[in-house]
Every structure is written in structure tokens, then in C-alpha cells.
Design a protein around this ligand. Structure first.
Ligand code: ACO
Length: 372
């Protein structure tokens, strides 16, 4: 490729190698370190998947026990982070509040300046343990609710729901939430992960990369889509209005959130697993109207545009049924994807080259500054 052949949005450009995950659009498959994500979602805890993404192998029983003990001990919200969240107006988007909280966590991290792999693994673990508390605290304060302390007898997924809602989740709720977290954890060189790699390539620290990645994830073309899906569902209201709503939205040239993907063109590999998980929640809540709306809109979109749902499409209504407020959905994505981001930070640092592409200049030709 010469510097004159521009690929807008780097579409189709292979930027580097990665051993963390493989997205295969031909077979609609996704592997984490060689394991099909569907099998991981069926058989593994979120903690096991995090370890796999960081270390390359599933943990042994001893490794898992030690990791779980550290993660559970690191969940409490630092009072200084709590104070900063309290200072944020409730009009601020939860992603902006979380970005700020993660940034402060970086400032306060005992190994803030260290970038050897062992220190970065510890920093990544600390973020994994701390982020749910930030997200839960922020949602509760917006509702005028007292914070709920984390519980060390609960696994990561159950504790996340516990600290958010102050009651133990049902087995279905905990399992659906765990599955969504496994599915969101990693997806090769997506926009936010690539952002984290760009920041790391300058030799900046792990928290700087994660803060930048939170910013990239916020946009509705990326992680912000799970929130936007629910906004659309609320706008549509009832299944039998899906076709008319879609017709109007497409006529207005609106992007339909939760549909389409840069890499998958025949359907997102993660959707069938998440849709099955959503169905379990639909049954538990008797929320069959949600499933009907989901199907009507997806069918209409396929008929009109031939575009399939992405992971954000089933995740949005699932998070609503779990009880999360819509603006909290993208922070949930952060809580999971921080694993993928930090795995990529470590991979980038281990074989670094500054990421610095070229541009083709199309501004004014050289000219003289008028005499002043
Ligand atoms: N709604 C309406 N039209 C769409 C959509 C959509 N969701 N997605 C793609 N298209 C159309 C485009 O308008 C374009 O049509 P045109 O050729 O007539 O102009 C064509 O399909 C190709 O679309 P692009 O935007 O060029 O494809 P790209 O690969 O750049 O886009 C993207 C991928 C950004 C995800 C896009 O599908 C989109 O905007 N989707 C909605 C946002 C969304 O759901 N994002 C979540 C991504 S997955 C994740 O983060 C878990």
C-alpha cells in the first residue's frame, strides 16, 4: 500500500499481530486465546476468562483461588474516588464519571509509575476489582440510594449485581450478567482497544491507555450503542410499531443502533449466545413484549437493509431487565472490556513500535504569510 491509498477508518488494514483473540468474519467465530467464546461463556467464570486473556492459559485451581482472593479483597471503593464521584453533577454522563474515577485510580495506584509486566498485571487486577464499585456507586447515588458494601463471599459477577441493587441476584440474573461480561471482554483491534494500544505505543502508563479507551468506547458507533439500543426500544414502545419506526428512522438516514459491524458482515458471533441469555431473563420476568420487539425490529432491519444485530442489541434489553439504568449500560461494557484493553496494553508494550500513521495532505498549497 502506498501513502496515497487511503483506507478511511483503517477499514481492512491489518495493523499488527495479536495472540489475544481471533475474530473470523467468514465463520462468524471469536476465539479468546484459541477457545471459542461460546464455550467460555458456557463453562467459565468471568474471573477465569480474565486470567485467560491476561496470561494466555486458563488458571489452575491454585492460581484461580489466589486471584479470586486478591480480587475480592480489592473491591472497596477508595474514599477519594468516592469523593470525586460525589462531586460530579448527576447531569454528567456515567461514562464521563467513570472515566474520571478510573483516571484518579491511576493517580492513586501504588505502582502508578511502573510498567513492567508484573506491575501491569497487578494494576489490571486492581482495576477489574475496583470498577464495579465505581459503576454501582454512581448508579445508586443518582437514584438517591445509600451505597452497598461489596461482599467477599460472592464472585465478581454476583457481587457487581449485589453492590448495584443491594439484593442477591437470582441464579438466572447472575448467569446472564456473567455471560454478557464474558462476551464483552475482548474483541481484537476494535476502536477502544486500538486507542489503548496507540497510547501504550508512546510508552505512556496503563491507566492513561485505559482512560483513553473509556473515551473511545463512549461513542454510539462503539460501546455507546448498548445504551442507544434501549433508547430506541423505549421510543418504539411496542413490537407492532417496530416496522413503522424503522421506516421513519431509515428515511431520516438515522443509524439503527445495535446493528451492523465493521468486521462481521453476516452476523456477530456473540449474538446467538447473548440472545439465548436474554430469553432466560425474558422468561423470568415474563417480559415477552421485549422479545417480540427485538424480533420484529431485527427482522425488519434484515428485510430492509440486510444488516444483522451486533452484541449491543441483545445486551441493551438484558441490562434493562437486570435493573440497570440505561446510561449505566456502557460503563458495564467498560467493567468487562478493561480486561481486553489491559491484555493489549501488555502485548503492545512487550513488542512495541510507536503507532504513527501517515496522512495525505489536502489543504491549501504552500503560500506566503502576508506582511503584517
Ligand atoms: N443502521 C443503518 N445503516 C447502517 C447501519 C446501521 N446500524 N450500519 C451500517 N449501515 C449502512 C451504512 O449506512 C452504509 O450504507 P451506504 O453504503 O448506503 O452508505 C453501509 O451500511 C455500510 O456502513 P458503514 O457505516 O460504512 O460500515 P462500517 O463498517 O463503517 O460501520 C458500524 C460499522 C459503525 C458499527 C455501523 O454498522 C454502525 O454505525 N452501527 C450502529 C452503531 C452500533 O451498533 N455500534 C456497535 C458496534 S459493535 C460493538 O461495539 C459491540
Amino acid at each position: 500500500m502506498t501513502d496515497q491509498e487511503i483506507r478511511k477508518g483503517l477499514a481492512g488494514v491489518v495493523v499488527d499481530t495479536t495472540a489475544i483473540s481471533k475474530v473470523n468474519p467468514e465463520t462468524n467465530s471469536l476465539l479468546y486465546r484459541g477457545y471459542p467464546v461460546q464455550q467460555l461463556a458456557e463453562r467459565c467464570s468471568f474471573e477465569q476468562v480474565a486470567w485467560l486473556l491476561w496470561y494466555g492459559e486458563l488458571p489452575t485451581a491454585e492460581e484461580l483461588a489466589a486471584f479470586e482472593a486478591r480480587e475480592r479483597a480489592g473491591r472497596a471503593l477508595d474514599p477519594r474516588v468516592r469523593h470525586v464521584i460525589d462531586e460530579a453533577p448527576t447531569s454528567a454522563h456515567p461514562m464521563d464519571v467513570l472515566r474520571t474515577a478510573v483516571s484518579l485510580a491511576g493517580v492513586l495506584d501504588p505502582e502508578a509509575g511502573d510498567d513492567d509486566r508484573e506491575a501491569e498485571l497487578r494494576k489490571a487486577e486492581r482495576l477489574l476489582a475496583a470498577i464495579p464499585g465505581m459503576v454501582a456507586y454512581d448508579q445508586r447515588r443518582r437514584r438517591g440510594q445509600e451505597p452497598v458494601e461489596p461482599r467477599e463471599d460472592l464472585d465478581w459477577s454476583r457481587n457487581f449485581l449485589w453492590t448495584t441493587f443491594g439484593e442477591e441476584p437470582t441464579d438466572v440474573a447472575a448467569d446472564v450478567f456473567r455471560i454478557s461480561m464474558v462476551l464483552y471482554a475482548e474483541h481484537s483491534f476494535n476502536a477502544s482497544t486500538f486507542t489503548a494500544r496507540v497510547v501504550t505505543s508512546t510508552l505512556a502508563d496503563l491507566h492513561s491507555a485505559v482512560v483513553a479507551a473509556v473515551g473511545a468506547l463512549k461513542g454510539p458507533l462503539h460501546g455507546g450503542a448498548n445504551e442507544a439500543v434501549m433508547v430506541a426500544f423505549d421510543e418504539i414502545g411496542f413490537a407492532d410499531r417496530a416496522e413503522a419506526w424503522l421506516g421513519e428512522a431509515l428515511a431520516a438516514k438515522r443509524k439503527i443502533m445495535g446493528f451492523g459491524h465493521r468486521v462481521y458482515k453476516h452476523g456477530d458471533s456473540r449474538v446467538p449466545t447473548m440472545r439465548a441469555a436474554l430469553d432466560r431473563l425474558v422468561d423470568e420476568h415474563g417480559a415477552h413484549e421485549v422479545a417480540a420487539l427485538y424480533d420484529r425490529l431485527a427482522t425488519a432491519m434484515d428485510e430492509r437493509k440486510g444488516i444483522k444485530p451486533n452484541l449491543d442489541y441483545p445486551s441493551g434489553p438484558a441490562y434493562a431487565l437486570l435493573g440497570f439504568d440505561t446510561p449505566t449500560f456502557t460503563p458495564l461494557f467498560v467493567a468487562s472490556r478493561v480486561v481486553g484493553w489491559t491484555a493489549h496494553v501488555m502485548e503492545q508494550r512487550a513488542a512495541n513500535a510507536l503507532i504513527r500513521p501517515l496522512s495525505a495532505y489536502d489543504g491549501p498549497a504552500e503560500r506566503e504569510v502576508p506582511a503584517q
